[in-house]
Design a protein. Structure first.
Length: 332
């Protein structure tokens, strides 16, 4: 890209008089700079800028005033690095014809799990990681993201997955539902009725985009994920255990799921397990267990319950859910 074009795009000020007029690649880490690149000093130190220059950067984008001895460097000062990056990404999205679909957390999970061709990719949550992904993206790529403000900053034509109306649901327990509306019917799939409208909204979007999907290999998504277990907290197949640990990774969904449990379970058979640093305003009179680490929940083997909703990543609990017993059988 030409230096003068970049200055115009980011609404910056060129504070030096460089001999070069263009740069090659864009990097946010000084150690990845090659000769001819642009270094964007996002939360970078003065030492990082020096390293980028030493590695051959042709241009520096920063909020600092020009302070280098190398007058051949294109030193571009901006008022806001974040705003400048968004402007670069917006330009990139237009040039590459990148497309976006705005989803809720649950819709995004369904979208990634159902599609056969994997045409839609999920963008990282961290801003810089997201920026890297878009900068290296192939033309005409399609991404989903959850940040509404950022989505429309990147592309005013961002699409949104809408929840359909007039849905009929019939629950078979907490984790299996029969869903239907005017155009679709799904019999006893592994989806809680809590997520019925999100699921059908994703199905309708995929069909509208002519993206093939399949339910043959579809399993539960990471949200409200049921792990059936024995009374000794050992894993069992879906529907086969005496108890269920229900995992949720998104704290924004936990209150909605507690309300769902309150409507469908008994107070004395349900536990809510929350990390100690998180406070919930309401737990619907359910017993609450606070924990600092996954292994602290091994005490649940001594606690009477049928359902335990756990705020945490289920992969962190695999070690004790699959651990072999160390005690030896006794004759007495």
């Amino acid at each position: 890209m030409r230096i003068d074009n970049l200055v115009r795009i980011v609404e910056g000020e060129l504070q030096s008089s460089p001999l070069i007029d263009a740069f090659e690649a864009i990097h946010f880490e000084c150690q990845k700079i090659n000769r001819g690149d642009l270094f964007i000093a996002y939360e970078a130190s003065e030492e990082a800028i020096v390293t980028a220059i030493e590695r051959g950067a042709y241009a520096i984008l920063t909020t600092d005033s020009f302070s280098s001895n190398d007058t051949e460097i294109a030193w571009i000062k901006v008022a806001s690095i974040t705003h400048a990056i968004i402007q670069i990404l917006r330009f990139t999205c237009t040039q590459k014809s990148l497309n976006f679909v705005l989803t809720s957390t649950v819709q995004g999970a369904f979208l990634l799990a159902l599609q056969n061709e994997k045409k839609i990719k999920k963008l990282p949550i961290k801003f810089i990681e997201l920026a890297k992904e878009l900068i290296k993206a192939k033309p005409n790529s399609l991404f989903c993201l959850h940040d509404e403000i950022l989505a429309f900053q990147l592309s005013p034509s961002t699409q949104r997955i809408e929840k359909p109306y007039h849905i009929h649901t019939l629950s078979k327990g907490l984790f299996i539902s029969t869903l239907s509306n005017e155009t679709h019917f799904f019999h006893e799939i592994k989806i809680p009725s809590l997520f019925a409208s999100d699921f059908l909204g994703v199905i309708e979007y995929l069909e509208a985009q002519h993206i093939t999907y399949s339910l043959d290999s579809f399993s539960s998504i990471a949200h409200f994920y049921p792990q059936f277990i024995t009374s000794h907290l050992r894993k069992k197949e879906f529907g086969m255990g005496e108890k269920v640990l229900i995992f949720e990774t998104d704290s924004a969904l936990i209150e909605l799921e507690i309300a769902y449990l309150a409507e469908r379970t008994k107070r004395d058979e349900t536990l809510i397990c929350i990390p100690k640093e998180i406070a919930l305003p309401c737990v619907y009179s359910f017993k609450t267990v606070h924990f600092s680490s996954a292994f602290e929940l091994e005490t649940l083997c001594h606690t009477p319950f049928k359902y335990a909703l756990i705020l945490g990543d289920r992969e962190l609990f695999d070690d004790f859910l699959t651990r072999d017993f160390s005690t030896q059988p006794s004759l007495f």
